[in-house]
Every structure is written in structure tokens, then in C-alpha cells.
Design a protein around this ligand. Sequence first.
Ligand SMILES: NC(=O)c1ccc[n+]([C@@H]2O[C@H](COP(=O)([O-])OP(=O)(O)OC[C@H]3O[C@@H](n4cnc5c(N)ncnc54)[C@H](OP(=O)(O)O)[C@@H]3O)[C@@H](O)[C@H]2O)c1
Length: 240
Amino acid sequence: MKVLILGASGATGKLVVSQLIKREINIRIVIRKNAILSDNILNNKLVEIVYGNIAELNPIENKNLIEGCDAVVCCLGHNITFKGLFGKPRLLVYTSIKNVCEAIIHYSPKKMKIILMNTVAVANENKDVNENRSLSEKIVLSILGVLLPPQKDNVSAANYLLRVIGKDNEKIGWTAVRPDSLIDDDEVKPYEVFETIKRSPLFNPGKTSRINVGHFMAELITNDELWQKWKNKMPVIYNK
Ligand SMILES: NC(=O)c1ccc[n+]([C@@H]2O[C@H](COP(=O)([O-])OP(=O)(O)OC[C@H]3O[C@@H](n4cnc5c(N)ncnc54)[C@H](OP(=O)(O)O)[C@@H]3O)[C@@H](O)[C@H]2O)c1
């Protein structure tokens, strides 16, 4: 098995890589030239490194990226700087996930899993699910979607999987994992996963450790029962 990881140099992406290394899974990462990664990842025999900017790859480069892979994990996110938040590419996550999905649809001989790191600030617009958000929260989130490019990006990426890829795609099964406020922790600790939010991300936010997100994503790749439970859904993950 081989897993392609986008955003592997990010705070959560690195932890997904480590979780997959622990499970002895082959990994391909695509990182920018200046990305910082530990020697344990850079010199690991399970890790293949491709240098480039994921948002700027052409269709053939995306085809090469997915070749031989069984799953893709996307932990991309906008850097928290003025340029990262408001500069280009404004739709970093959406563009990257769409390009990779198109490469899979056109070129992959087998069905692949896509696991997207999303957020509780994105509503699950799946008609089978009632997220029960207050009107004030819906209003604030839709204003943020207009004013804050990363919010629009996360909404666009999730809706691309939900509406364009859909639930019956022959080549792609997907999960959009939605953590609440991210925190760092050294080890995996108990966490809970739900179909919908259990608290308001704006007015009563919960916490999710990045390492728990990494663990859950790695389990989605390796544990078929868990995958069957969450495929084509937008699970919310909170620390217990
Ligand atoms: N903060 C929260 O509380 C919270 C809560 C829920 C969900 N989220 C979501 O979680 C995701 C990941 O969070 P994180 O803290 O793990 O992210 P992070 O540490 O900021 O990592 C972001 C990753 O994206 C890459 N990246 C950024 N800008 C790029 C660009 N222009 N072109 C190519 N690659 C680029 C970075 O690469 P470089 O290393 O090269 O910069 C890095 O690998 C984000 O989408 C965020 O919206 C956040």
C-alpha cells in the first residue's frame, strides 16, 4: 500500500506521516523546497519525496503523483500570515484536491481513498445529516466565507467532495475529517468521532489534538471497518 500526503510539512501533516510510518506504510509526500521536516521523515526508507508546489502542478504531474498510490491524505492549509491568508493561491486546498481527484478519475486503474482535513467551521451539507447550527452561527460563518479566503477554501473543498465526487463515484471514496480548535499534544489520547458537531465552533469551541487527527486518518487508511463507517461522510473529531 502507498499513501500520497499533501501538506506533509504542516503541523498535522507531519503527524499523519509519523502515524503511517509506525504502521510501516509506504508514503509519497509532495513538499515545497523550503519545507521543514525532521530527519526521521526525510531519511526514512518508507518515504518518497517529490519537490514542488501542489497548487501549481499540471495534469501530468498530478498523474505521476497519484501513480501507484491507494490513498491520498490532504492536510494543506493556509499559512497564518497576511500573504498566506489573503494572497494567492486563495483556493489552495480546493484546487489541489480537485486536481488530484481529476487525475485519479482519468488515470487511476483502481478506486482510491481521499481523506481531507477540513474543519467544524464547515457545515455538513449532506441532506441526510442535520447539523443543528444556530442562526447566528450560520450568519457569522457565511460572512467569514466571504471575507476570509481560507474559510471559503475549506467550504469549497468539502463541497467538491460532497457534490462533485459524490457518494457513488467509481474511482473515489472520501472522508472530510472535521477537527475543532487544533492543539498540540505529544501522544495519542482518547478521542470521539461524531457524524455532526456537538458544540458550537464559534460560541463554545472544543479541542482536537493534531496527533489524534493523525491517528484517526491513519486508521481510516488501515482499518476497513472504520473506513466503511466514515466513507463519504464528514466526521467531527473531539478530544474526549
Ligand atoms: N487552526 C485550527 O484550529 C483548525 C481547526 C480545524 C481545522 N483546521 C484546518 O486544518 C488544516 C491544517 O492545519 P495545520 O495547523 O496542520 O496546518 P499548517 O501547519 O499551517 O500546514 C499547512 C500545510 O500547507 C502547506 N501550504 C501552505 N500554503 C501553501 C501554498 N501556498 N502552496 C503549497 N503548500 C502550502 C504548508 O507547506 P509549507 O510547510 O511549505 O508552508 C503545510 O504543509 C487547515 O486547512 C486548517 O484550515 C484548523
